[in-house]
Design a protein around this ligand. Structure first.
Ligand code: SAM
Length: 207
């Protein structure tokens, strides 16, 4: 499904952002879990680029920030400057998740947070993500918050539509058995689905 509204406020990443406390903790968790600190990082559905910005602060990764919307990428660029990070570490790509303009096997760390509910073809999307992932590379794709946050904070941050038990088509991809089926159809063997009170995430470790 596609997004219907564009809220510019969500794409300005500063201390007042409603998830400001989360992004640095998620970046730390990604580094702790995957141990990838150099090479190429691709963030799909980057939005404000907050995940990339926080990863850039604690690693030597080069960042590719991809989003389908040019107006979002404009704000993402401004956020990199706002956080005083060197512009040359960041590339911005306007593209759909199903047609990533990158060579096969070039991404060492792939992240995508909060974009999957809006993808129209999950099989094509995962096949494309797996194509650009390098052998030995890792991916974290899904929706949720950092398990380094107190769970009460996460409950307060979570948008109403994503609440457990609520019927909203943006949650269809979380249905039991859906992601394993998608991953199989996309030809991805090296993946696991992690589901807890912090969110639902696919981990891929490509061999
Ligand atoms: C809820 S925002 C999440 C932004 C950011 N990752 C974060 O965690 O704050 C979802 C983003 O995914 C992008 N998006 C939605 N569908 C997409 C698609 N098919 N391909 C690429 N980006 C997409 C939207 O433009 C939007 O910026």
């Amino acid at each position: 499904m596609s997004e219907t509204t564009f809220d510019p406020g969500f794409y300005i990443y500063d201390a007042n952002h409603r998830f400001a406390a989360m992004y640095p903790l998620l970046a730390r968790q990604i580094v702790d879990d995957f141990g990838v600190t150099k090479g190429m990082c691709l963030d799909v559905g980057t939005g404000s680029a907050a995940v990339c910005i926080e990863l850039a602060k604690i690693t030597d990764l080069s960042m590719v920030c991809l989003d389908a919307k040019p107006e979002v990428l404009e704000l993402a660029r401004e956020n990199v400057t706002r956080h005083a990070l060197p512009a040359e570490r960041f590339r911005f790509l306007e593209a759909d998740v199903t047609a990533i303009p990158m060579e096969d096997g070039t991404v060492d760390l792939l992240v995508s947070r909060g974009s999957i509910p809006f993808w129209e073809d999950h099989v094509a999307a995962f096949a494309e993500l797996n194509r650009v992932l390098a052998p030995g590379g890792s991916a974290l794709i899904g929706c949720g918050f950092s398990r380094y946050q107190p769970i009460e904070e996460v409950r307060a941050m979570r948008p109403k539509w994503s609440g457990e038990g609520e019927k909203d088509s943006r949650n269809d991809w979380k249905a039991d058995g859906y992601l394993p089926r998608v991953l199989k159809q996309a030809g991805i063997a090296d993946a696991e689905v992690h589901r807890d009170s912090y969110g639902v995430w696919v981990h891929i470790h490509k061999h």
